[in-house]
Design a binder for this molecule. Sequence first.
Ligand SMILES: [Zn+2]
Ligand SMILES: [Zn+2]
Length: 252
Amino acid sequence: MLIHCLGTTGFHPSPTRHTACYYLPEWSLVLDAGTGMFRLIERLLAEPRESLDILLSHAHLDHIVGLTFLVDALAVTSLKNIRLFGEQEKLAAVRTHLYNELIFPVKPSMEFVPLPGSSGTLALGEIELCWFPLEHPGGSIGYIVQASGKKLAYVTDTVARPDASYVSLIQSADLLMHECYFGDEHQALGEKTGHSWLSGVTQIVEKTQPKQTLLIHINPLAEILGCEFTLSPHQTADLQMVVAQDGMQIEF
Ligand SMILES: [Zn+2]
Ligand SMILES: [Zn+2]
């Protein structure tokens, strides 16, 4: 299974990263719709398809602004059918605010599919989808996607606590995508703002034993200030942890 990293930061773009967006062509699935969404057009031109499902973790701007870019994708690629999945109140916020004509005048054609409640399961064709609540201001949800014998866990915009309720769900994933906004020097800021730091995520990786871990939603300011965290040999070699970069393609 292949995943394209279209946008690997959060909050705002950095010199090398756009905000949250990941594409799984074999499942016709997009995770979040940040500014990295514009890179999807190139992928769809290279490998045309008519339908796409987008899973929203929540409706903060860095995860939804790229929904407006779909106007371009619908105009110049073979894409026709888009389904947008997320919590009901988050989809309502997108419809009311993002697609308010004073903010963005042309609503791209798409079907809104509210997920019932903050946790549950749903069959999307061959894909088994599970979602669960995360600790974040305004709330966020994580996803487990299972199909073709593969298990993907997508956990972004949350505080990495080894005793968090979601930890038992993500056990033994083929690929864990976990946000890691901060290095350990900013743990207190992470707890305050609803984000994760490196040692917290590492503890979760040690506990849940994924085959690979992609650290995502990396702080854009750290790149601008030249103080990005680096991984230890234990994290890279023993735990198979990788810091996501835009343009990266991961096989799992
Ligand atoms: Zn975010
Ligand atoms: Zn957020």
